[in-house]
Write a protein that binds this ligand. Structure first.
Ligand code: PLP
Length: 299
């Protein structure tokens, strides 16, 4: 284990040369990792499909990850949590050479970072503005969205387009057929007439948060469906939200300039957020809002 200032990778690493990296981001609640086994399971699926040999098995990866978290516990304040991030590249790359050959040990990077929730905090109170990007998601025939990888240029360009419309907006990326796919770092849910709908995983990452919402909805007897959703379905939804590891559930109250439902955060979104908070013993929205308030003083 090394300090950030001493952590070095080669300028010839395939992470840098090719963006040839699979990744995972897990968060803690009250300093305990949430669904880490599920994240590591997804990581090993990404490694298998991309044919990167990490040099250890899932059990070893889990143990090392927990060691990294333990080593960094003292960096977390009582009320805050952290990210636990895995970035694994194929290792040394040589310009012009066959990129499919793993020439060295994989570069396995695992780090923690304070979970800064401030940019999302006010959306728990008023909801965010969801805006569709002009660019389309990379089709799964080219890159399966279930491979969680660090080749993020397509997502970044889509988000740039969204921010041109509204600098505070959160992006919604469509697939090449015009169906709703995902956000650059999150999944999308719409609620219409009491049914919770989300895009199928043919065009989005199978988010761990997406799974959690589907589980919670099942427990709360909220009908759920994976569906092909068009922008029309989001315009006419009663409620809309994003899911992702850091913020869990992020309500959206405006879609492409129009109010979603009555323009307020809806009851089912609130119910799911409350159920998730209860599951982890942390008031998810309050934690983010508290960070924002402390920022004004001493954060
Ligand atoms: C493209 C994309 N979609 C969805 C998600 C949400 O996944 P999770 O809930 O596992 O964080 C992420 C997370 O980073 C992502 O990068």
């Amino acid at each position: 284990m090394v300090l950030e200032s001493e952590a070095l990778i080669s300028i010839f690493d395939s992470a840098v040369m090719l963006g040839d990296t699979v990744t995972e981001s897990t968060r803690t609640f009250s300093h305990r990792p949430f669904k880490l086994e599920q994240h590591i399971d997804r990581l090993f699926k990404s490694l298998k499909v991309t044919r990167i040999d990490p040099g250890c098995d899932a059990q070893q990866m889990l143990r090392i990850t927990l060691d990294v978290l333990d080593a960094n516990r003292s960096c977390m304040t009582q009320e805050d949590d952290c990210w636990l991030v895995h970035n694994i590249s194929r290792g040394r790359s040589i310009a012009g050479a066959d990129p499919t050959i793993q020439r060295s040990h994989a570069t396995v990077m695992i780090f923690t970072q304070p979970l800064d929730l401030r940019s999302w905090a006010r959306f728990y109170e008023v909801g965010c503005h969801a805006v569709t990007a002009m660019s389309r998601i990379i089709p799964p025939q080219s890159l399966d969205a279930r491979i969680k990888n660090r080749s993020r240029m397509a997502y970044t360009l889509a988000e740039i387009e969204v921010k041109l419309v509204d600098p505070q907006a959160q992006g919604i990326i469509l697939d090449v057929n015009g169906f709703v796919a995902e956000n650059k770092g999150g999944n999308i849910f719409a609620i219409t007439n009491g049914t919770l709908r989300t895009p199928r995983s043919t065009n989005c990452l199978e988010g761990v948060s997406r799974d959690t919402v589907l589980e919670l909805a099942h427990q709360l007897a909220i009908p759920i469906a994976e569906a092909d959703l068009l922008p029309y379905d989001l315009y006419t939804a009663d409620e809309l939200f994003f899911t992702s590891t850091p913020y869990c559930i992020l309500p959206a109250t405006k879609f492409n300039g129009l109010p979603v439902g009555d323009g307020k955060i809806g009851p089912i979104t609130r119910k799911l957020l409350a159920a998730w908070s209860e599951l982890v013993g942390v008031d998810i929205a309050a934690q983010a809002i508290d960070q924002l308030h402390r920022a004004a003083t001493d954060y």
